[in-house]
Design a protein around this ligand. Structure first.
Ligand code: NDP
Ligand code: GDR
Length: 372
């Protein structure tokens, strides 16, 4: 039985990857951070009832900022594969907490690679690094492939660039099996609530159920190449099953704007929108309603406004991936379009909003959570 260690197992990708590896018959270990409240919502369904002697899914407290902790866990497990998915992964937050972001995202990767080396596991342990399309930042050419020059535009992207080159360097210097997956944006119903797609689907579902009035966004003209997280974790695994360690772009090759995503999500709720105004003054008003779910949204309501707080000091305006190499070598084909994924996310968030609305009607309203 192969053994894998996942950092960031409590996150979106970590949860899908843990499920995937368990299905493949792996013994899976995950590192979770200590938090003041339970933070295992995304993995509780695979964890419960498995803590027997033969459990195939185990969790360890740890943190990417703590090298002694990482070294001890790796020594204990001697994993065949490490998937480094843990990160301060929010680009806007990285401008607020640049030093912490660098510590976790850049040095955290170095700590893991050094632990493998220190423990003499270079020839045993294969390493996956969660690299990112944010490396391209201010794009020099479109679409972006493994050959496109990098121009990071945030502390997050700069930290991930350090991690990218550290991974390449350890491969070249020590012959380690280390791969960078340069993944373009990927989303799902498990996406963190403050990333734009989830913020939109959750925000509009709440409005449709009368739980809030308006969605506040930043630059809605940014364009992204959005895929489905569930499709992408399979590629993370496949990269480590090859004969030679290499870096791969994973993307759908199709680009959409945040504005389009807002329109799709609204359409799923039976609402079409009219955009008016410019820049920070732009608003989206309900133009028509085809199915009035609960009577909370009316024609003429303003349900989206721009809030300059959500603009970034330096923006990545446009990303579009060229995954030809992965198609050829990994037989990669995206299974889900961004529009289909939006539909799935709205359906999940609507169910959640309906539960909240039901509780509210019975005087059991849960507090609305703060949007970042
Ligand atoms: P999430 O933000 O959903 O998950 C991040 C995970 O990292 C969480 O489990 C989080 O723990 C953990 N983490 C954060 N800080 C630390 C730390 N100091 N020590 C240990 N663990 C930590 O991200 P995704 O699942 O979306 O992304 C996975 C990885 O892929 C990240 O590295 C991200 O940067 C990268 N990436 C993501 C893309 C995407 O579109 N999703 C695209 C390209 C790259 P907790 O739950 O406690 O917060
Ligand atoms: P990104 O994802 O920065 O690409 O990083 P995010 O969803 O945060 O932003 C995408 C684009 O939408 C614009 N935007 C907003 N973004 C957020 N979060 N909130 C808003 O209100 C808002 N309004 C407009 C942003 O400016 C941006 O242009 C994600 C993360 O998962 C990274 O970890 C990963 O490396 C990259 O994707 C690939």
């Amino acid at each position: 039985m192969k053994t894998a260690l996942i950092t960031g197992v409590t996150g979106q990708d970590g949860s899908y990857l843990a499920e995937f590896l368990l299905e493949k018959g792996y013994q899976v270990h995950g590192i979770k951070r200590r938090a003041s409240q339970l933070n295992t919502d995304r993995i509780d369904h695979i964890y419960q009832g498995t803590q027997t002697e033969h459990a195939r899914f185990r969790l360890h407290y740890g943190d990417l900022t703590d090298s002694s902790n990482l070294t001890r866990i790796i020594a204990q497990i001697a994993p065949d594969e490490i998937y480094n998915l843990g990160a301060q992964s929010h680009v806007a937050v990285s401008f607020e907490a640049p030093e912490y972001t660098a510590d976790v995202d850049a040095l955290g990767t170095l700590r893991l690679l050094e632990a493998i080396r220190f423990l003499g596991l270079e020839k045993k342990t294969r390493f996956y690094q969660a690299s990112t399309s944010e490396l391209y930042g201010q794009v020099q050419q479109s679409p972006q492939s493994e050959m496109t020059p990098f121009h990071p535009r945030s502390p997050y992207a700069v930290a991930k660039m350090f991690a990218y080159w550290t991974c390449v360097n350890y491969r070249e210097a020590y012959g380690m099996f280390a791969c960078n997956g340069i993944l373009f944006n990927h989303e799902s119903p498990r996406r963190g609530e403050t990333f734009v797609t989830r913020k939109i689907t959750r925000g509009l579902a709440n409005i449709a159920m009368g739980l809030s009035d308006c969605l506040y966004l930043g630059n809605i003209d940014a364009k992204r190449d959005w895929g489905h997280a569930k499709d992408y974790v399979e590629m993370q695994w496949l990269m480590l099953q090859q004969d030679i360690p290499e870096d791969y772009v994973i993307a759908t090759g199709v680009q959409h704007s945040v504005r389009e995503f807002v329109m799709w999500a609204a359409a799923e709720l039976g609402v079409s929108l009219r955009f008016s105004g410019q820049g920070p003054h732009e608003i989206a008003t309900v133009k028509a309603i085809t199915s009035d779910r609960a009577g909370h949204v009316k024609v003429g309501d303003v349900i989206m406004r721009i809030d300059p707080r959500y603009y970034r000091p330096a923006e990545v305006e446009t990303l579009l991936g060229d995954a030809s190499k992965a198609k050829e070598k990994l037989n990669w084909y995206p299974k889900t379009t961004a529009h289909e994924m939006c539909r799935e996310m709205v359906a999940a968030d609507l169910q959640e909003a309906e539960r909240h609305a039901l509780l509210k009607r019975h005087g059991l309203a849960l507090p609305m959570r703060i949007d970042a």
